[in-house]
Design a protein around this ligand. Sequence first.
Ligand code: SF4
Length: 169
Amino acid sequence: MKEYPLTDLLITGTEINYLSICPTKLWYFAKGITMEQESEWVDLGKFIHEQRYASEEKEVLVGSIKIDFIRRGDTIEVHEVKLGKSMEKAHEMQALYYLYYLKKLGINAKAVLHYPKLNETKEIVLDGREEEIEWAIKEVERIKSLPSPPRPVKSKKCKKCAYYELCWV
Ligand code: SF4
């Protein structure tokens, strides 16, 4: 599996996240196509984030990644706040990408996913999962380079997807 030098890591955490949700969604997003419904969900997420984590420094930008907040203790912790667990795999991949990216900077960190509506957290560590994230990076690059969106596949995820009309109407 290709190991990526930091200078080659130009993709965002959201793109890694969308890869796990739907390649078609990833393609639309990567081409800068955004829809109203998407921003409503983002606004709701931001509102919960602001209320619940008011004392944290928000949206820490490190190169091409934007982390919800970071805590510095014995170990650096990157924290991501999510609305619900229906896209848990996507959240996990996004967190893994952040850890992979930070490791390239010489920073060993762990990630914590927060689900404030469920009062749950989940810890993520990179150990032994580098190949998984390298595969995902390669796949994001491949999908972004396609001249047209991958054929949509209907699933229950489509109901809340901002691109529903583009795919199915
Ligand atoms: S509507 Fe469904 S198939 Fe289309 S982009 Fe969204 S999740 Fe993917």
